[in-house]
Design a protein around this ligand. Structure first.
Ligand SMILES: [Fe+2]
Length: 289
């Protein structure tokens, strides 16, 4: 799938990463059933590759593999060129963090590493454009992934200091402790977020669609497939994006979003109160941290 980078418009702070979420590999109890759900819910074309199921559609890709549910087995971010990989490699060397280099199933050149919670992240240049299925649903570009962690501060430090992400917003509790952090690697408010929880796990992934009318069309599409909205429509505080959520068969939240905030590189870090209104300025906020 084609990836459009707008780093020129965004500007490029020193030692920062320019990347866009490209694929996710999710642990599934029954990968075939989860793949069938994503085919219905998100309009993916499904193929089997060894023991995994590959879900592909314009602007999005999932790999569904047998494993513990609510587990992020790996995440792939597309980068604009080999220079971006070299920069990341130099930061990993400076931090004395292990990595591997080389081609992967979806990237012609890539660097792969683990974060402090053991999640695998690959940053690479997409392989030759694959034949993309015809879009049967409104637009949906894979845009961000969010994890829960027992030690989010350690994850945030790694993502900023080593990977080169930039902090957009923090959500703070009454004692000033950070409950959630939103991190960006482009002009978009966040491509990754992490929140404090009693366990390390995948929370949700999100697809950015074109506008408010497309949110309506997605809700109508879910209705036609007898898939209930679990949350929303609403509007998040951090990122200011409109949203709806459904559940996949493994209990993961799946978000469809629009109007995600576009930011400049010199944007100050935002601070938010840990309350329902921060999660949803329109109504009920489902606090998970
Ligand atoms: Fe989200």
């Amino acid at each position: 799938m084609a990836v459009k980078f707008v780093a020129d418009r965004w500007g490029r702070p020193k030692d920062s990463l320019v990347a866009a979420l490209y694929y996710l590999e999710l642990g599934c109890t029954e990968p075939a059933a989860t793949a069938a759900f994503y085919g219905r819910a998100m309009g993916y074309g499904i193929t089997q590759q060894d023991a995994s199921w590959i879900a592909e559609a314009p602007g999005r890709c999932l790999i569904l593999s047998r494993g513990a549910p609510k587990t992020l087995l790996s995440a792939g971010f597309a980068v604009p060129d080999v220079g971006e990989i070299e920069l990341l490699q130099s930061r990993l060397d400076a931090a004395d963090r292990p990595y591997t280099r080389g081609a992967t199933y979806l990237f012609q050149e890539a660097i792969t590493l683990q974060d402090p919670d053991g999640h695998t992240f690959t940053f690479g240049i997409p392989a030759q454009a694959r034949a993309e299925p015809i879009e049967r649903v409104p637009p949906a570009r894979l845009q961000h992934v969010v994890v829960a962690s027992r030690n989010p501060a350690r994850i945030v430090k790694f993502f900023i200091d080593v990977l080169g992400f930039t902090l957009s917003d923090d959500v703070l509790d009454d004692e000033g402790g950070v409950r959630t952090s939103f991190l960006r690697c482009s002009h978009e408010h966040h491509s990754f977020a992490v929140f404090l929880a009693p366990e390390d796990r995948l929370d949700h992934h999100c697809y950015e669609t074109s506008d408010w009318n497309a949110i309506r069309d997605w809700a109508d599409h879910m209705a036609s497939e007898h898939i209930r909205l679990q949350w929303g429509p609403g509007r998040h505080g951090p990122g200011n994006n409109l949203f709806i959520f459904v559940h996949d068969p493994d209990g993961n939240w799946v978000e469809i979003s629009a109007e995600l905030e576009v930011v400049g590189h010199d944007r100050p870090v935002g601070k938010w109160i840990h309350e329902q209104r921060t999660l949803n300025s329109w109504g009920q906020g489902l606090l998970r941290s």
